[in-house]
Design a protein around this ligand. Structure first.
Ligand SMILES: NC(=O)c1ccc[n+]([C@@H]2O[C@H](COP(=O)([O-])OP(=O)(O)OC[C@H]3O[C@@H](n4cnc5c(N)ncnc54)[C@H](OP(=O)(O)O)[C@@H]3O)[C@@H](O)[C@H]2O)c1
Length: 247
């Protein structure tokens, strides 16, 4: 049975992805950082529907915690076949001239270092060169990588630019080792993330400027992720799907 690790799956896009992959028959690891109760609720929702899931706490920016999480999965179910790097953060909206090193490093350590560490541990287990049976990785980036998020969070946008470069480079490194690496670039999705930027109603504010005139739902992003990790996307690697209503 396929074992899928979704980082940051206690809510938002990660939760929608965990529910969908479980519905499609995968064993799902619901990673979370702080909100154990929310992660447990996702696990219960999956098990009630007849699926299999466990919740594992780990701060993805912490190398030891990431290694421990992958080891726990090895011991519980076996090596992961699917990794969805989704856990991401942003901070209060501000201009570059007001950014601090502490904030920049905090955003980069979760959004970039965290993605690298989880990719590293996944590749070690999936690569046919290491005796693995292959796998699929999806990195959740953002349209911010090409829009830049001026006046809001250029640090966050830059972290997503790094995620796109990681996706391209790693996809080429492991293409002959049975691992596909792709990215999704959502934009303006109704989740709690906008509250941490200081504007819970951000999606509705920007909706009139989106070509489709609406924000997106986490489930719409999950569908793209599920396709990219599925065998239906067996010849797709180093590719990106934008989910931003045409923006
Ligand atoms: N929402 C959008 O409009 C949008 C647009 C483009 C891209 N994205 C990207 O989509 C991804 C998911 O965003 P979302 O909107 O669903 O976010 P969200 O609702 O704020 O959820 C974030 C998730 O990440 C987890 N998390 C945060 N820091 C973590 C860490 N250090 N280690 C492990 N888990 C951590 C949180 O866990 P706890 O609950 O335990 O804290 C939570 O499960 C992010 O990468 C984001 O950049 C979102």
């Amino acid at each position: 049975m396929t074992i899928a690790l979704i980082t940051g799956a206690s809510r938002g896009i990660g939760k929608a992805t965990a529910l969908l992959l479980a519905q499609q028959g995968m064993r799902v690891v619901v990673n979370y950082h702080r909100d154990r109760q929310a992660a447990q609720t996702v696990v219960e929702e999956i098990t009630r529907a007849g699926g299999e899931a466990i919740a594992l706490q780990a701060d993805v920016s912490d190398e030891q915690q990431v290694v421990a999480m992958f080891t726990t999965i090895d011991q519980s179910w076996g090596p992961v076949n699917v990794l969805v790097n989704n856990a991401g953060i942003l901070s209060t909206q501000c201009r570059v001239e007001n950014l601090t090193a502490e904030r920049i490093n905090r955003v980069l350590s979760t959004n970039v270092t965290g993605y690298f560490l989880c990719c590293r541990e996944a590749v070690k287990r999936m690569s046919t060169e290491h005796g693995g049976s292959g796998g699929a990785i999806v990195n959740v980036s953002s349209v911010a990588a090409r829009l830049g998020s001026p006046g809001e969070y250029v640090d966050y946008a830059a972290s997503k630019g790094a995620v796109d470069t990681l996706t391209i480079g790693l996809s080429l490194e492991v293409a002959a080792q049975g691992i596909r690496v792709n990215g999704v670039r959502p934009g303006f999705i109704y989740t709690d993330m906008h509250a941490s930027g200081g504007e819970p109603g951000r999606v509705d504010r920007v909706a009139p400027a989106i070509p489709m005139r609406r924000g997106g739902q986490p489930e719409e992003v999950a569908q793209a992720i599920a396709w990219l990790v599925s065998d239906n996307a067996s010849y797709v690697t180093g590719s990106f799907i934008d989910l931003a209503g045409g923006k």
